[in-house]
Design a protein around this ligand. Sequence first.
Ligand code: ATP
Ligand code: MG
Length: 419
Amino acid sequence: MSRKPAKQRGEKTVAVLDVGSSKVAALIALVGPDEDVPRVIGMHQLACTGMKSGLVADLAAVESAVRQAMDKAERNAGVTVRDVAVSVSAGGLESDLATVEVDIGGQRIERADLDHVHDEARAGIEPEGRIVLHAEPALYTLDGQNAVINPLGLHAETLAVSINILSAERAPMQNLEMAVRSADLNVTSKIAAPVAAARACLSAQEKALGVALVDLGAGRTNIAIFAQGLMVGFSSIAMGGEDVTQDVASALGTPPYAAERLKALKGSASAVPRDNHERIDVPGLQGGDSLYQRPRAELVHAIRGRLDVLFALIDERFEELGFVGPRARQVVLAGGGAALAGIADYAEGILGRNVRIGAPSGLTGFPEQQQASAFNVLTGLALMASEDQPDFWQQKTTTFVPAEGSGLSRMWRLLKQNI
Ligand SMILES: Nc1ncnc2c1ncn2[C@@H]1O[C@H](COP(=O)(O)OP(=O)(O)OP(=O)(O)O)[C@@H](O)[C@H]1O
Ligand SMILES: [Mg+2]
């Protein structure tokens, strides 16, 4: 990457890390006081095998990859960073709804009532050993039945707020944080990978109408469902591009590195008759320069065999997450696996829904070759880290003063579901 103009007055430096099962990617961007679009000034990615299925498996390998990735990004950028935002991908991510109800006593709901019910939600929801990554008020309910988007100014006996919570298991997150800290970086925020990817490649309209974001990573396939602008469901499958590569290696009798290249350069998810006639050069397992020729159809067959298994699982998860019916028509594929030729058409056929490939947008100065589906998480991290908007979970209101005679009876009912 070419050297970018130096930091201007008032600009803030943002550094982010995506630690995936196949790669570690670091990005540094500048955000101006009057600019909406962060400007990338440094980026580097390198292969890393220290993560397995999104979990730290080799601490030293992850630490070293993180150090190298950020070092190179820093050199590109001409700055030194210490604080980073990191993505959290596996680690038992779960999305849940928790509901808190307060008594309003037939009065009109005021800002102070809303602040109060939000504060109670923050104080009262115990994630029980899990770490809350994101939380958002999803829905308000008046008198136990009347669902409203904005309750301000309405009369009610009770006001309930349902908080959409995305949490992760503690230990896998601590391991990731430890690896990053060992590389002399300070983790200032942890952002769920699907939330970051969605920020980079889904439109507001898609998220409002209903969409499934399927991140086809190396070791995992993450499915996130969005509706009414919120992430309402999440599921993760411990299968990804690496499994496709392994199947290709076995089927063609070639080393994994060669299978990976063949998959990316000659592979496809769509079979066509001429695949039977086209021959591809396949390196042998015995090493050296030995090459033998196989019909391309064998490569495509091996890829499709694994995709059939993976997409059947994805379809099952859609059902389990309730992503069915007329509001469940749109699917967006992200992650490196979405770069496979013919994958969108293949997925449309199997899933019976509209499928598009999600490419990241929202940053300037991002090298063109990096604007691929594998960089949605990295891009989303940079966008979210630039915004400086504290998550609902971190916000504390200090404005609450119980309005006199408002009828607030301080009887909170905490209904916790699944958390
Ligand atoms: N052109 C391509 N065709 C097919 N597969 C590809 C292509 N480019 C990348 N991939 C696959 O994408 C996967 C890597 O994707 P990605 O970078 O999103 O994963 P990751 O973030 O490292 O892993 P994870 O999200 O599972 O932790 C690899 O398995 C790789 O083989
Ligand atoms: Mg990933």
